[in-house]
Design a protein around this ligand. Structure first.
Ligand SMILES: [Zn+2]
Length: 582
């Protein structure tokens, strides 16, 4: 943290709420809340920490990680230039500041995101630092307090930024198992991958007054639905009304509320942990010193790996992945599996048609299959909402995953979605939290989980079914943190740059195999899956069996530990050093 001397123009600032000209010092004394209208100005992480923790108690955790530009991402600016600019303007090493401290005498570990740093975006380094803060809480047996502020995933790190949602979520899961409190404080704005993971899968979710939180942003929802948004959409009060946060808190009350919650939960805390720690201490130490490489179930493949078929341009692959003739989940349930019995409903009031699931047999073995369902005709696509799951779809999937674990059935997921449903009601029904809970649950599900990206693997909606022991991907499928069109609209002048964005995002199966996001690429017939669905089904079935059978003999505790290691390895220090996509 660096203190900068106040410059002349910083003596006064204009309120974003009421446009009053305010004396900076007075504003700061009022915790950066406008005395005229109550507008809560955004706070940088250092100032937030200063407001929340007991004076003299702050101990910053290390924030330096090796440089990582795993994709060599270039839009109009190379990614390293954007990083350098963000560091210069904020004085921070990354978009999160992590520390231990006390709040009202209660020891906590904290991770405070800073929106000024590339929009608080969740990249590998941010994910790694927050995960370490959570691991520190586990070591110290203290609660974890997360202050979120983020536009979402960091596009420049592609699918690796998506993986951070799983990495941090499993650290939250470990705290949940250890009986340690996790609290997130939503500040303005909290969107996308952060909203759909650790911002909402904590025990308690507080929203600072005026904060907005959602999975899809208002601009995207307006574009997709063509409808005006309801008054106050996604604001803290909206979230409270729709049951998504525990409380809305004024900034001046935040410290007091945290103290009260920490005191209450400390009083009820069990004397010792009911669940042993997930990772041996030696592992955490090796991670903390930044040098070690974990034992990994699958090493990222080297360039030209024999198991990695060559493909053409990424944009061609995107178009193939979206081809309406491409086999759907129901097609595969018919061709790859036997005796599918569909199970319906989330038990909370809805049955989402974009997710199908149920019990089936794979070569005589019973499995639970859950997948996104698109369709081949416009009518089918509309009826299935184009494979975009609503929160009820994610909750149906969650119900079936838990049922599978209880029955001892392995889970096979088939992922084919442009993304989660970008709609008003989806946000009202807690889209972000529904995805977040699935991701967390999959990190600890005590049964084998095998995921296949069969078509489009679109961002958090895809990951909600793809935290697995083994992740397979059909040759012409794509898996990405954002659609190429969406990425182009943000980082390039316009959406017509989608083909360039598709290349930059490294969303093809061979690229993701090299990055270790995917364990195996399932080759398609010489043309593509839709030209020979029977042969595609034959190959998929063989790949499923080859990957599933070895998992069946692994005791659940070991399975879960290995799954956690699989997702723990996507942190900045390991990825940056070795991905080497040149
Ligand atoms: Zn104001």
């Amino acid at each position: 943290m660096t203190a900068t001397a106040p410059r002349e123009e910083q003596l006064w600032s204009r309120c974003a709420g009421c446009a009053s000209l305010l004396y900076r010092k007075r504003l700061r004394r009022n915790l950066d809340v406008c005395p005229e209208c109550g507008e809560h100005a955004r706070l940088g992480a250092p100032e937030r920490l200063r407001q929340l923790v007991d004076p003299g108690s702050l101990r910053l955790l290390p924030d330096r990680l090796p440089e990582a530009d795993p994709l060599d991402f270039v839009d109009v600016l190379p990614y390293p230039h954007r990083l350098t600019g963000a560091r210069a303007s904020t004085g921070l090493a990354e978009g999160v500041v992590c520390a231990t401290a006390t709040i009202g005498g209660h020891p906590v570990a904290l991770a405070v995101m800073d929106f000024r740093f590339l929009g608080g975006s969740l990249g590998c380094a941010v994910g790694e630092l927050i995960t370490r803060a959570a691991e520190r809480a586990l070591d110290d047996r203290t609660p974890l307090v997360l202050i979120t502020a983020s536009g979402g995933a960091r596009m420049q790190e592609g699918a690796l930024s998506l993986m951070q949602m799983a990495t941090v979520s499993q650290a939250i899961a470990a705290l949940r198992e250890a009986g340690l409190l996790t609290v997130s404080v939503l500040t303005d704005p909290t969107y996308g991958g952060v909203a759909a993971s650790f911002a909402t899968n904590t025990d308690l979710v507080l929203a600072e007054s005026g904060a907005r939180m959602g999975f899809a942003g208002p601009r995207v929802i307006r574009q997709v639905t063509g409808r005006a948004l309801p008054e106050g959409f996604q604001t803290a009060d909206f979230l409270l009304r729709h049951g998504q946060v525990d409380m809305v808190v004024q900034r001046r009350s935040l410290r007091g509320r945290l103290m009260a919650l920490l005191a209450a939960t400390r009083a009820g805390r069990p004397a010792r942990s009911p669940v042993p720690r997930q990772e041996p201490a030696s592992h955490r130490e090796r991670v903390a010193d930044g040098g070690a490489v974990l034992a990994r179930p699958t090493e990222p493949a080297a360039e030209g790996d024999a198991g990695t078929p060559a493909v053409g341009d990424a944009w061609d692959t995107v178009r193939m992945a979206r081809h309406p003739g491409r086999p759907t989940t129901l097609d595969y349930l018919d061709s790859v599996f036997d005796g599918f019995v569909e199970l319906h409903g989330d038990r909370l009031g809805a049955d989402c048609p974009a997710i199908v699931g149920g019990v089936a047999r794979l070569a005589g073995r019973h499995v639970m299959v859950i997948g996104h369902q698109k369709g081949h005709t416009t009518a089918e696509l509309v009826a299935r909402n184009f494979g975009m799951a609503s929160p009820s779809g994610h909750r149906k999937a969650l119900r079936l995953m838990r049922l599978a674990a209880r029955l001892g059935l392995p889970v096979v997921t088939l992922v084919d979605t442009p993304g989660a449903d970008p709609g008003v009601s989806a946000e009202e029904q807690g889209q972000a939290a529904a995805i977040a809970e699935n991701i967390l649950t999959l990190t600890v599900l005590p049964t084998p989980v095998l995921a296949v990206i069969t078509g489009e693997g679109g961002s958090g909606g895809a990951l909600a079914l793809a935290v697995a022991d083994r992740v397979l991907m059909l040759e012409n499928a794509v898996y990405s943190v954002i659609s190429p069109e969406g990425c182009a609209a943000i980082l390039w002048p316009d959406r017509s740059a989608a083909p360039q964005a598709a290349r930059a995002l490294r969303l093809t199966a061979p690229d993701l195999r090299r990055l270790g996001v995917v364990d195996e690429v399932v080759s398609e017939p010489s043309s593509a899956a839709h030209d020979d669905p029977a042969e595609t089904a034959h190959r998929l079935r063989a790949a499923l069996l080859a990957n599933l059978l070895p998992l069946l003999d692994v005791p659940p505790a070991i399975l879960v530990r290995q799954r956690r290691q699989r997702f723990r390895r996507f942190g900045a220090n390991r990825v940056g050093a070795r991905a080497g996509l040149r």
